[in-house]
Every structure is written in C-alpha cells, then in structure tokens.
Design a protein around this ligand. Structure first.
Ligand SMILES: NC(=O)c1ccc[n+]([C@@H]2O[C@H](COP(=O)([O-])OP(=O)(O)OC[C@H]3O[C@@H](n4cnc5c(N)ncnc54)[C@H](O)[C@@H]3O)[C@@H](O)[C@H]2O)c1
Length: 252
C-alpha cells in the first residue's frame, strides 16, 4: 500500500520542475493529485502522463478568484483536501538585483506570485482541509536565499521566500489545533525551468556546483522524497519546521 493511499493532494506549479516530479511521486504512492499551474498546456501534458490519478487545475496563484475556483473544483471532484504542496514561483533572472537597482515592477511581480500566491493557495486550501475535520499537511517551498544563506542580488526573490518561510511557521502554530501540519522545504540549486538561464552560462553553472559540498547541483527527483515524507503520516510529529535538501549548501 502506498504511503499516500486515498489522499487528495494539490501541487501548485505542477506543470514543471519540483512540483511536477512531486506530483508523479505522490501519484505513485497512491494519492490523487490536482496539478495547479497557470500553464494550461503543461498541466494537460502532465495530467495525461499521470493518468486517472491526476486532475488539471489551470489557475493563476496571484489571482484570488482563480485560486478560489481551483479549490472549488477540487471540492466538487473529491470533496476534501489532505495535502497541499506550494511550488508555483518565479525568479526574475536578469531583472532581480540589489535593492537600489530593483524596479518596483520586478519586486511586485515576484512578490505577487511567490508570497501572495502562497498566501492565497494556503488560504483556500486550508479552508477545504478544515471542512473535512481530518487534518492535513501543507508543504511550502522556501529557498536558501530566504533566510539561511546569502541571497545577495536576489532582493525580490529572497525576500519573497523569507516571507513564505515566516508564513509557514505562523500557519503551523495556527493550524496545529486542527491537525493540520505546515512545514517547509529548502532546496539547494536544482536544474529546472526556473534556473535554466543560470545553468546556460558555464561559468555560473561551475560556481553553483562549487557551492554544493556534495559535488553536484540537484535534479527535481532529488526533491521528491522529502515532499512525499512531509505529505504522508510518516511525518506526523513534524510541524513548523524547515527541511533542507540542498546538497549541503547551507553548511558551507
Ligand atoms: N530550482 C531551484 O534551484 C530552486 C531552488 C530553491 C527553491 N526553489 C523553489 O522551488 C519551487 C519550484 O521551482 P522550480 O524550480 O520547480 O520552478 P519551475 O519554473 O520549473 O516551475 C514553476 C512552475 O510555477 C508555475 N507558475 C509560475 N507562476 C505561476 C502563477 N502565477 N500561477 C500558477 N502557476 C505559476 C510555472 O508555470 C511553472 O510550471 C519554487 O517555489 C522555487 O522558488 C527552486
């Protein structure tokens, strides 16, 4: 029997990267997974690949009406929510910068998706979780640039992630009495659509690799196991914590 047998999950950013790989892993472990992403084509392709265990939720996480509609659709289809994994985010490479150089537009686009998006998906997701009264598990994706290592040059992105990591702890305290656990994952540098521009530059690729004591950067599959663990009842005593799966970047 899978570790997530019978659970209904929603993963945001499910069309790509960490969330896509987590969605595959959740489905393999028995969950039914809502693939929430603004990229409809990517959602359709992933839903087709995963099959009956997946359902599409085309949604912009920065738009409350769109988020509410996605969780209404989850309620209509399955009547409950057990797991929410929030990954949808942007990192505006080439536009994010030290504070004195960041355009307000770059700041706002980043925060609207990365922080407001997590707030809105948690707001409507946790409401659906509370309706069943069976508790649940929320997992928010942070970043080393947020709180645990220098995010120099990433003013908008790093501060949005610091906000997410703070919100994770606050929500853990607020929802523990409801049996809803809230934890964070802090990945190292992972090769995905988000970071591809960085990896296209051989010099930056070498620098990023050197930052990881384990000797390589990560792949989305490196992050799937921790997501399944935190989604499952195996992590029943964990809440308000951040789990580092980062190739050792935080101990350098
Ligand atoms: N890749 C890394 O090195 C790395 C490192 C640390 C943290 N993270 C975090 O991991 C998470 C996943 O990142 P990834 O690398 O898999 O990124 P990715 O770019 O591969 O996937 C992000 C997904 O989010 C979706 N998305 C973006 N804006 C959206 C919106 N407004 N509404 C709905 N969906 C939207 C995109 O369409 C995309 O499918 C993010 O929260 C990111 O900050 C990534």
């Amino acid at each position: 029997m899978g570790r997530l047998e019978g659970k209904i999950a929603v993963v945001t950013g499910g069309g790509s990267g960490l969330a896509l790989e987590a969605a595959r892993a959740f489905a393999r472990d028995g969950a039914t997974v809502g693939l929430l992403d603004r990229n409809g084509e990517a959602v359709a392709a992933t839903a087709a690949e995963i099959g009956a265990a997946a359902f599409p939720l085309v949604c912009d996480v920065s738009d409350e009406a769109s988020v509410e509609a996605a969780f209404d659709e989850t309620r209509r289809r399955h009547g409950r929510l057990d797991v929410l994994y929030t990954c949808a985010a942007v990192q505006l490479i080439g536009e994010d910068a030290p504070v004195h150089l960041v355009d307000l537009d770059v700041w706002e686009r980043t925060h609207q998706i990365n922080l407001r998006g997590v707030f809105l998906t948690c707001k409507h997701g946790v409401r659906l979780m509370m309706e069943s009264g069976d508790g649940g598990s929320i997992v928010n994706c942070g970043s080393p640039t947020g709180l645990t290592m220098s995010g120099a040059g990433w003013s908008a992105y790093g501060s949005s992630k610091a906000g997410v990591m703070g919100l994770t702890r606050i929500m853990a305290a607020d929802y523990a009495p409801h049996g809803i656990r809230v934890n964070g994952i802090v990945p190292g540098s992972i090769v995905t659509g988000l970071t591809q521009k960085l990896y296209d530059d051989p010099e930056i690729r070498a620098q990023l690799t050197a930052q990881h004591p384990i000797g390589r950067v990560g792949a989305p599959r490196d992050m799937a196991g921790i997501a399944v663990f935190l989604a499952s009842d195996e992590s029943a005593f964990a809440t308000g914590a951040h789990f580092f799966v980062d190739g050792g970047i935080s101990v350098r």
